[in-house]
Design a protein around this ligand. Sequence first.
Ligand SMILES: Cc1cc2nc3c(=O)[nH]c(=O)nc-3n(C[C@H](O)[C@H](O)[C@H](O)COP(=O)(O)OP(=O)(O)OC[C@H]3O[C@@H](n4cnc5c(N)ncnc54)[C@H](O)[C@@H]3O)c2cc1C
Length: 436
Amino acid sequence: MGLNLLYSNDQRGKYPPSWYAATARELEPFAPLRGEVKADVCVIGAGYTGLSAALHLAEAGMRVVLVEAHRVGFGASGRNGGQLGSGQRVTQDDLETMVGDPDAEKLWHLGEDAKALVKDLIARHGIDCELKPGVAWTATDVGDARHLVEYAEHLDARYGYQYLEVLDQAGCQALCPSPVYKGGILDHDAAHLHPLNFALGLARAARGAGVQIYENTQVHHVEEHQPAVVRTDKGRVVADHVVFACNGYMGGLNRKVAARVMPINNFIAATEPLGAEAERVLTRDVAVADSYFVVNYFRLSADKRLLFGGGESYGYRFPSDVAALVRKPMSQIFPHLRDVRIDYAWGGTLAITMKRLPYLARVAPNILSASGYSGHGVGTATHAGQLMALAIRGETDGFETMARLPVGPFPGGPTFRSPLLALAMSWYAMRDRLGV
Ligand SMILES: Cc1cc2nc3c(=O)[nH]c(=O)nc-3n(C[C@H](O)[C@H](O)[C@H](O)COP(=O)(O)OP(=O)(O)OC[C@H]3O[C@@H](n4cnc5c(N)ncnc54)[C@H](O)[C@@H]3O)c2cc1C
């Protein structure tokens, strides 16, 4: 069945040792599937993509079965940096070049719909996940800082986006007193949240809307018939439609997706609570992402820990000492925290595509797939779930726009693409370190 990361780095049915899991509003486990069930739609994977698809389908009156190999929010959705960004992962100026102005404009609006959808779901279902406004992009050199200012002007002029505050070097230092940053922009309409509690809140809403959720239930094979047959460890789902929402853990379930969507790992550490020292990291309760190729991203938790994401590792296994891996970039950005205690450190598996565009596809007449959000999934995955739900009900516009994106296969195929990517990424990471 090819590469499968479901069990490479984690314990079966257990959340990772993250600060998020330690502060989760956990749900009672859902029983595994045994025997046969019938459904209008079988959704595979209970991250944002699958939970959102299931919720929206059930709200429209469909019989939905959601199967998850581990626990709800076990994957990237329960472990990420919690940043809800604006637009798409790829910047608008790059999108204009890639797909032309009209589609770039549609994609901008779809990205904004995604951000609004997350905020709306949180409000509508009363999800307690510490949603707070503000994400800053910080520049590590003056060239990047200039580019950010030009980009803010471009978004205002072309798309009427007026939520960006330009930070000169002094403004940036006042927000984030790291010696590294030379300027930035603060997006007041972007936001950050507790990612696992957002996923668990979606699961509560889905359960309330009538979705049958089965945890500890791995799908091994999908028979592409009408109806489709989804084979799990000890049961099967017979469904008119199937939604693949497995992202970085998809493995060999579908070859077309496997060729275009590649898993990579990323890492986060949570320090001890910093108390008054937190002011030396951030003076406002916003999240930050910087302009290094291997992006550093961070924010403060409610109890004033630094939640810092970064660190490179291009094998499929997590390194044995994740804290040590993250400590390196964290000490570079905040030298005074070189010896701070790290209380939690964890890895997560996300999925990227060649051009960092999400991959939405109709892989069989009655089977849809969405994945490859390339680090921009809090909004995009949640939205992709809704777009698939709409497409299944016959409203295909949004899904088709996303599915038209030019997402080609990785060179090297599933076997050689990882070494190739490791080479390419190490090259860019080295450029970061050398400052070229
Ligand atoms: C460390 C890290 C930091 C990140 N930071 C950010 C950020 O700040 N902002 C942002 O927008 N994005 C971020 N991302 C990306 C974002 O988390 C993902 O894009 C998003 O969560 C993807 O959601 P998903 O539902 O598609 O996948 P996942 O949440 O990974 O869910 C997939 C689920 O499918 C299940 N599954 C897979 N295969 C099977 C099978 N065969 N049978 C049954 N179940 C199966 C898995 O167990 C898993 O629970 C980050 C990711 C990581 C790892």
